[in-house]
Design a protein around this ligand. Sequence first.
Ligand SMILES: [Zn+2]
Length: 131
Amino acid sequence: MSSSTSDGPLTGSCHCGRISITIPSKPSRINQCHCTVCYKLGALWGYFPKSSVTIIEKDGATRNKYLREDLAPEEFESISFDSCSVCGTLTNWSRAPAKDTDEHAKMGVNMRVFGEVEKVMGDVPREIEYC
Ligand SMILES: [Zn+2]
């Protein structure tokens, strides 16, 4: 089956709508990461160059940042798991600012913010790997 992806930018939001996220296209794959953090957060990650993702915070919302404490920062590259400060929706992970020196660094975006994943993402391959 030919993939009929009219593959333009997609914009989604957290539950309360105060944080919006725009990605350049559907991801090449969707990862249901089974690491100890992502599993409990219930994330479905799509990966993008950080410079290609636009995140807008409005109406007083910010993103709470969770830095895992069970690994030394250098072991986990200071990855921050971000969630809306108002509604708590997990929005993305990215490297904490101190480590964020490469503008093309990979980040993870929670595909659930774009709505019902089975409908929105169609036949994008799924995987269960570590992020
Ligand atoms: Zn929210």
